[in-house]
Ligand binder design. Structure first.
Ligand SMILES: *[C@@H]1O[C@H](CO)[C@@H](O)[C@H](O)[C@H]1NC(C)=O
Ligand SMILES: *[C@@H]1O[C@H](CO)[C@@H](O)[C@H](O)[C@H]1NC(C)=O
Ligand SMILES: *[C@@H]1O[C@H](CO)[C@@H](O)[C@H](O)[C@H]1NC(C)=O
Ligand SMILES: *[C@@H]1O[C@H](CO)[C@@H](O)[C@H](O)[C@H]1NC(C)=O
Ligand SMILES: *[C@@H]1O[C@H](CO)[C@@H](O)[C@H](O)[C@H]1NC(C)=O
Ligand SMILES: *[C@@H]1O[C@H](CO)[C@@H](O)[C@H](O)[C@H]1NC(C)=O
Length: 480
């Protein structure tokens, strides 16, 4: 029993000393002092948040300046979203976020009735460069939709970029497979400064944009538009952008319906809860779009202020993760979108065919959350494709399947890389079917092993796993 344990004399005296002091403290002082302290803490907290906000905005400015002068602007642009996700994690890592969502309305497990496999095809850097995936190398049977990315918004118009013939070539695939849908993506890695913010601001500008979309989709025989603005009202963006974004979608929808063509409208949306809260009015977006492409990847990426290894696209949280970090996974993001009002049959889950590489501080310490000191030697700026990962493992890299996240990683010497393989992709497809989501989005066909180096000449091995398990032969866009 507690009272039988001998209490050391000194502590006992201290306890005695405290009690009389308490009785001397007047009731008023006792009540106001803690309040003052709390008020002071709030004040400091407010200043701290302000400073953080300013830093974030400054960071964004530096970031924008850099992207203009970078050695390879395209590669740098690829890192933009990963860096924004990392920024959102930095700002929210101490936020006391409840990582358990309200109980979801129970649904009986069922596969989506009209499943989608939405594949991004990114424009080759130089049209005839060897090593680039060409439209003629695509296998249109493994996707229901091919979205060509990325066109820019320039002076409120969609600018298809220097190689418009690519769009014609992609749409020509529909001659072989009439059920295939082809779309164009605005923004993404070709998001030019202020393209979206300037365009959405006025009704007149939005009208110019919408007319350019109607024109371009007709010219290149495309079936729709994917809006890839990363992200409205985020990091220095105006709060009103959240409203403008919905207005844009509403006006696009109206124009598409009036066009007499069955044009599709999708948006590529953020996965981190902090960005979702800032950028999107979810129920209104849901009203206007056919589906959302959830960018459920880039959850962890090497940044100097978080120099540890982490998984690109974990399906589930690790039990050791707490608070905000427990929200950085595919499962949480998907259910967060539902909790905010997106119907699950409009949610298309992103699956990356690329990985993220890190350079280990100490090659003996090669787990998840191991200290890292930069990007790994694989790929460029921490982005690597599936073929490079296969070769890394073939040359002696050790592969580990992480049971908690249901995704693999590999390491060797100072290199560490997180990626998705056929097993993790399969698990994600099963999870999509079990939870009644609409389908899978692939980023991208280009980073999949399209020339069949990894698995006995099998081309697009990751995308093919998705197609084979999500689409029945009836739904495959085969038409013969
Ligand atoms: C997935 O997320 C839902 C909603 O937050 C949660 O109820 C469920 O336990 C999660 N699944 C796993 C395996 O963590
Ligand atoms: C988190 O949310 C769940 C579901 O709404 C609730 O049951 C739980 O008590 C909450 N936990 C905390 C720490 O707020
Ligand atoms: C690329 O190659 C094709 C034929 O292989 C040719 O028709 C086309 O003009 C070339 N384009 C450029 C930009 O060199
Ligand atoms: C296919 O991959 C191999 C392996 O590195 C590469 O050498 C080759 O150039 C690739 N083929 C094409 C057509 O790009
Ligand atoms: C339609 O788009 C093409 C290609 O971008 C452009 O050359 C043409 O001027 C546009 N037409 C109209 C009416 O905007
Ligand atoms: C892969 O393709 C190459 C060239 O066509 C062929 O030599 C090789 O036998 C094939 N390998 C397998 C496992 O099919």
């Amino acid at each position: 029993m507690v009272h039988q344990i001998p209490i050391p004399q000194a502590k006992y005296e201290l306890l005695n000393a405290v009690i009389p002091k308490h009785s001397r403290c007047s009731r008023l002082v006792c009540l106001t002092l803690p309040l003052l302290v709390i008020g002071f803490l709030f004040l400091i907290g407010g200043i701290w948040i302000d400073v953080q906000g300013t830093l974030a905005r400054n960071h964004q400015v530096v970031f924008r300046e850099k992207s203009g002068t970078f050695r390879d602007a395209k590669t740098f642009a690829w890192t933009r979203r990963a860096r924004m996700y990392a920024e959102s994690a930095k700002e929210n890592q101490n936020v006391d976020r409840n990582s358990t969502l309200d109980a979801m309305p129970n649904i009986s497990p069922h596969s989506p009735s009209d499943p989608l496999v939405v594949c991004y095809y990114t424009l080759p850097r130089f049209l005839n460069a060897s090593g680039d995936l060409r439209p003629s190398d695509l296998d249109p049977r493994i996707c229901t939709h091919i979205i060509v990315g990325f066109a820019s918004v320039v002076n409120s118009r969609l600018s298809p970029g220097p190689f418009p013939s690519i769009y014609t070539e992609i749409s020509a695939l529909k001659k072989q497979f009439p059920k295939l849908k082809t779309m164009i993506s605005a923004g993404g890695i070709n998001e030019i400064d202020s393209g979206f913010p300037e365009m959405v601001k006025t009704h007149a500008n939005r009208k110019i944009f919408i007319n350019s979309i109607l024109n371009i989709t007709r010219m290149y025989n495309l079936d729709g538009l994917d809006v890839d603005w990363e992200f409205p009202a985020w990091l220095g963006g105006k709060e009103r952008e959240r409203i403008y974004f919905v207005q844009l979608l509403q006006e696009l929808r109206r124009a598409f319906d009036k066009s007499g063509r069955e044009l599709i409208l999708s948006v590529a949306v953020a996965a981190p809860a902090a960005i979702i809260d800032e950028s999107y009015n979810v129920p209104q977006i849901a009203e206007h779009v056919d589906f959302i492409n959830l960018m459920s990847y880039d959850y962890h990426y090497y940044v100097w202020y978080l120099p540890i290894t982490g998984l690109n696209a974990p399906l589930y949280a690790n039990p050791l993760e707490m608070g905000y970090s427990a929200t950085l996974n595919v499962n949480y993001s998907a259910f967060y979108w539902i909790s905010k009002g997106m119907p699950r049959e409009k949610i298309v889950m992103g699956i990356p065919t690329y990985g993220h590489s890190f350079q280990l501080d100490n090659e003996q310490n090669h787990g998840i959350m191991a200290p890292a000191k930069g990007f790994g030697s694989l790929g460029e700026m921490g982005f690597t494709n599936y073929r490079e990962v296969c070769e890394f493992i073939r040359k002696g890299g050790s592969k580990v399947f992480d049971e908690d996240s249901r995704t693999p990683y590999a390491y060797g010497k100072h290199d560490w890389v997180s990626f998705d393989d056929q097993v993790s992709v399969m698990e994600k497809v099963e999870w999509i079917k079990l939870n009644g989501f609409r389908g899978a989005m692939i980023l991208s066909l280009n980073t999949d092993d399209w020339n069949g180096t990894c698995h006995d000449n099998e081309t697009f091995p990751l995308t093919r796993v998705v197609a084979n398990n999500l689409l029945s032969s009836r739904e495959l866009p085969l038409d013969n």
